[in-house]
Design a protein around this ligand. Structure first.
Ligand code: CA
Length: 80
């Protein structure tokens, strides 16, 4: 193992532990609640319209949970 890998490996483990079991992207989920809000998504997808978000938010609670994210990703509305 190279010196660089020895440094990176523990960080990778910590990152894996910090991610919820449904593995949302921490770069999008700014507040770490495991769900994507419209502002969080729009920060990384500026072209995302509120209508697009609403169509992905099937429960209508204003947040995309793991199931809604999975469905939207399958449908190609969110990057995998
Ligand atoms: Ca929702």
């Amino acid at each position: 193992m190279t010196r660089t890998l020895k440094l990176i490996a523990p960080i990778a483990v910590l990152t894996a532990l910090a991610v919820p079991s449904f593995a949302q992207d921490a770069d999008i989920d700014i507040n770490g609640d495991g769900m994507y809000s419209y502002p969080e998504l729009q920060a990384v997808m500026p072209e995302l319209s509120e209508d697009d978000f609403t169509s992905m938010d099937t429960s209508g609670d204003g947040l995309l949970d793991a199931d809604e994210i999975a469905v939207a990703t399958e449908a190609g509305m969110l990057p995998a």
